[in-house]
Design a protein around this ligand. Structure first.
Ligand code: C2E
Ligand code: CA
Ligand code: CA
Ligand code: CA
Length: 280
């Protein structure tokens, strides 16, 4: 037993070292990724459950590394946050999204609303990111109604003045705010009284185990009722089966997003998807 314990230990340190090496490599390579056209923004369509159409989508970043292949944002976003690269990357995603909104309006003759993820670091390291985004919007001639900013609960928990200032700037510009991964972060809900929030996004861990009589069923139902009472709408993430979709509709959920409806897709495919899946 002692022996195997030691092997375990050695194995553990080896993988730790490997991941540290991998992280160093990704850090170096990420610096050049934008310039070398390795980053792409994909879009995942979001279904309006009452109107039965898709005029919303979420922008999700993709990194196609020349040697390592696809690297998950779950792996490189934390690196971008730690190194400060998130500011440049976040701005780039936002600019791509503005372009996409513009093309959709031109091609479809219909306005779409695209949500972008904003990392806590972008709020707390005060580099005027939000102000810069408003400038970019004005230059692109895109109004705030076309944009949703997705933040996690953690951003709102400490009642930080930089955060409330940024969110007020958003609101004044007509940009909506969504709480991402709702229900996974904190048990306190008091921040919902202090900040104006438009959407709650039910985390996929709840959606995926949605079965009648499950505790997730009760939780989702309670989240939807609470959200509606507080004047918010609900987007269920990670919808993978017809059964989940049916249950969510019965619960009066507002929007659904997940592989059942569409995976995240490149910009040109989004256009085709919207054309084929919306009333003409
Ligand atoms: P998130 O914002 O919670 O995004 C939802 C994730 O769920 C995405 O993973 C999406 O591809 C995935 N997903 C969507 N539908 C389904 C489904 O039906 N089943 C399952 N199993 N998964 C589904 P992705 O694209 O790998 O992104 C992971 C996380 O990386 C995101 O989580 C977000 O926190 C972060 N991220 C991605 N793009 C950006 C970005 O531009 N900026 C920032 N700050 N973070 C980003
Ligand atoms: Ca998100
Ligand atoms: Ca999420
Ligand atoms: Ca997430």
């Amino acid at each position: 037993a002692k022996n195997s314990g030691r092997q375990c230990f050695r194995f553990f340190t080896k993988t730790m070292q490997e991941s540290a090496t991998q992280r160093m490599r990704l850090t170096t390579d990420l610096r050049h990724a934008i310039r070398q056209n390795q980053l792409h923004v994909y879009y995942q369509p979001i279904l309006d459950l009452r109107q039965n159409h898709f005029y919303k989508a979420e922008a999700l970043l993709r990194w196609q590394h020349p040697e390592l292949g696809f690297v998950s944002p779950a792996e490189f976003i934390p690196i971008a946050e730690d190194t400060g690269m998130i500011h440049a990357i976040g701005d780039w995603v936002f600019m791509q999204t503005l372009e996409q909104i513009k093309s959709c309006q031109t091609v479809l003759g219909q306005s779409v609303q695209i949500s972008v993820n904003k990392s806590p670091v972008q709020f707390l390291e005060d580099r005027g990111d939000q102000h810069h985004w408003l400038e970019l919007m004005n230059e692109a001639n895109i109004s705030g109604e076309s944009i949703v900013i997705e933040i996690t609960e953690g951003v709102l928990i400490n009642n930080d003045v930089r955060v409330s200032h940024s969110l007020l700037q958003c609101r004044d510009a007509g940009i909506q705010v969504a709480i991402d991964d709702f229900g996974t972060g904190y048990s306190s809900l008091s921040y919902l009284k202090k900040f104006h929030v438009d959407y709650l996004k039910i985390d996929q861990s709840f959606t995926q185990s949605l079965k009648l009589d499950s505790s997730e069923f009760a939780l989702c139902e309670a989240i939807i009722v609470m959200a509606h009472k507080l004047g918010m709408q609900v987007i269920a993430e990670g919808v993978e089966t017809e059964e989940q979709l049916t249950i969510l509709k019965q619960m009066d959920c507002d929007f659904a997003q997940g592989y059942l409806l569409s995976r995240p897709i490149p910009a040109d495919q989004l256009m085709t998807f919207l054309r084929h899946n919306n009333p003409s």
